[in-house]
Design a protein. Sequence first.
Length: 268
Amino acid sequence: MIEVERLGEVTRIKMGREYEGRVLYWTAAYLVDGLLIDTGCPHTADELTGFLEGRHLDLAVNTHHHEDHVGANHLLQQRFKVRVMASREAALLIGQPLQLHPYQELVWGQPVPTKVDILAHRVETRNHHFEVMATPGHCPDHVSLVEMARGWCFTGDLFISREPKAMRPEEDVHEIARSMGKLLELPAARLTLFTGLGNVVKDGRAALEGCIDYIRALSRKAKELEAEGFSIGEMVNRLFGRESILAGLTGGHISSENVVRALLRPEA
Ligand SMILES: [Zn+2]
């Protein structure tokens, strides 16, 4: 299923696999001035390319290599001969089959490996300049695209919510906070976040500041609990009340326990 909404110059395309009449998990791509930011998941690749048929599309960029951000790369290249770009680290991963958990195959699907070009520091469209900012943390190859004059900030999965409570095991929560700090240092007067889940956050600065404060406070508490001898499971209960429902749904791949483990890792 796809849901399209025009938000001024930016078109938001929310996509998700329908299962018994419900979408399991939304993911989003954005189309602005001929630039497509992320390409959704493999299960919705046909619908996305169908929507893009006949529209102005010059270039696609993947914010990172995850299956719900690169899923239509192959079809876009095949049908429209569109150029797809990603960071150097992401391009390597996008070029090979991903190791997915069964729930990932069910919800998003296995992307066809594609050859994509390497992003430079800037992406130019007819009317806009987008700065490519390395924003690792969610994964090492993650970038965000920022249109400084408009204050648009396409953050992929860097910002999921102001108070993230569950993560994948490879996520580095301290690195996420540092990457958000980098975005806050940008000279743009205001930032609007366009997230990989399809949320558009008007006061992006406050959201990023709030998330950084939350991570710092959580990190302090986790280290205190560790010093007091609490187990990881007990720390999950103390910090979040209980383990995230996502842990059960994803076989433990996305969990609060992963957040606690990431909080306790030494900061680089
Ligand atoms: Zn991701």
